[in-house]
Design a protein around this ligand. Sequence first.
Ligand code: GTP
Ligand code: MG
Length: 488
Amino acid sequence: MSSMKETEKPRSRAVLVGIQLPRVSELDNEASLAELGRLVHTLGYDVIGSLCQKRPSLAGSVVLGEGKLKDLARWTGGPGEVQSSVQVKRHKAAERFKSNQDAEDDDAQDDEDDEAGIDGDIEAQDVDGASDDSPAALDGARPTSELADVVVFDCELTPSQMRNLESATAAKVLDRTGVIIEIFSRHARTRAAQLQVEIARLNYLAPRLRETQAGGDRQGGGIGAKGAGETSLELDRRRIRDRVKELREELESVQHEHSVRRARRSSENTVALVGYTNAGKSSLMRALTGSEVYVADKLFATLDTTVRPVAPETMPKILISDTVGFIKKLPHDLVASFRSTLDEASNANLLFYVVDAADPTFREQLAVTKTVLTEIGVVETPSRLVLNKKDRLTPEQCEELAREFPDAILISTRDTNDIAMLRDNLLEFFEREMIDETVFLPYNLKGAIGEIRAQMRVLDEAFDEHGVQLRVRALPTQLERLRSKYSL
Ligand SMILES: Nc1nc2c(ncn2[C@@H]2O[C@H](COP(=O)(O)OP(=O)(O)OP(=O)(O)O)[C@@H](O)[C@H]2O)c(=O)[nH]1
Ligand SMILES: [Mg+2]
């Protein structure tokens, strides 16, 4: 539904800015910037270019060097330097000019050749670093026929850096955290997810709100105000704090309901699908359970955990839970909200680490996933590595991966044979873990008998005048829970 909204809106144009810190390799930096591009695209912006600069740190009033800032301003039509308060009026005029320009540009959006050529130009400049003093920058020489209205930095910016950058570029400035929080708030569907994201969003906004108000006319510190009605940006920090407290209280009660529901499922066999965003978890969920969960070529398509039984039904019944995806440089507050969303994972009997094997950076993505799970206390759960999107690999690549990860399961969610194989693998796992035990149930424990039949495999049964003696095959944890629940 939200995807509809995203495509209906006139699309904003964004320029990406990467800061390459000393210990970051060229490759990692590129991958990170490419990922930022996909995040920004998910947000509904068109990425029209990118700039990158090596810097010793993220310090400084605008993070970038002087010349680079001017380069950046050419993309947005901004003044190219931080405006003093006297200059703010001119800054405003520039913004007005820009929005007029936008309207014109919308009428003439077919100049693709032109745009592509100039894109290449800028990239070449960036690579040899010769762009640090372009006198044309201030004369309004623009790299494309269209100006960008948004600048997105692939790092976290301080509130004052953000304000300075907005002043120098006359564009809206976002950082990676802001983009991720915005995507989360658009994609959150259940009340629990909405509450978690809203808390993270307000915490992110609070310091920026103070700074921007002190700075003058702009409000909102760079995050899109859309959909934020109730969190109205005029709220001062005290009111934001109150609101966060309220939200946390509501969240607690919602989470209590969730944990009750989870406890009800606790005697069942569950497999949690975990992994980086866009790896194919929801696709795998669909394939294994026949359910219509949301699949999309978007980052963070899924924010809420869904649980469905494997279909066709298995005995014992196995539940699959689909979880929220991970990403590098995840904002801290969002990690905290993962904690509860990922309780499903911590209660699972088995974890499937799903990775997009066609993504050259999947090893790192897997490491990020494992780190976050360890952080939230998921440590001892047995796991399997599922290398997905096999259809995008050559046979040679498949062989190499099989050598590198001998225990992994290489699949494509689009291949029914692969899904059947994965399903067998899943059943085998539960089969291997299961033990046979005899339990005696007095006749008055009808509920327990029903529960056993629904969830465990009954191998043998013998009745006498007091009750029924069942020989069952089940997971040790299942049996344990059964015993404590019915005091057997
Ligand atoms: N080529 C190919 N594409 C796949 C495969 N499995 C999934 N995809 C595509 O990958 C994209 C992401 O799939 P999802 O299932 O939504 O990924 P996800 O892991 O649930 O992502 P998040 O919900 O964002 O964490 C979609 O466009 C899928 O169609 C596969 O085996 N091969
Ligand atoms: Mg998903």
